[in-house]
Design a protein. Sequence first.
Length: 135
Amino acid sequence: EMATPEAVATTDPAVPTDTSVTAAGLEPVYEALSAFEVVPDSTVVESTEMGQTASVSICAVTSQLRTVVPAALTSLARVSTQLPAELQAVGAKFVECTGDNSVLRYVALTMADAQGFANGTLTETDLRARLVPLP
């Protein structure tokens, strides 16, 4: 008789139960974005034109994108050295949470650029110039 996945899973109350997030080592994303309205359990690793991309969804409104996008990506870049080594990029989807939940903007950074900023070899101005819009 097959056991159900729920019966097999070991749960530690101190660890979020969303294994897709914790297993991938993406917890620093939530810490980095504590100042933003992050959609719960939205951090995933997905394949984009930039390769394996750690992506998180953040609530935003169109009028704030000019400030929210660079601020959020800068925060993600700061923790990029703590993220899994196999990632090629880190990004954020800016979502209209109060409306139809449409993605207003999807922007990413290569891990090389993100880590360059984290390590101090790129300035924040350099970093903002390297933001890549994704479809």
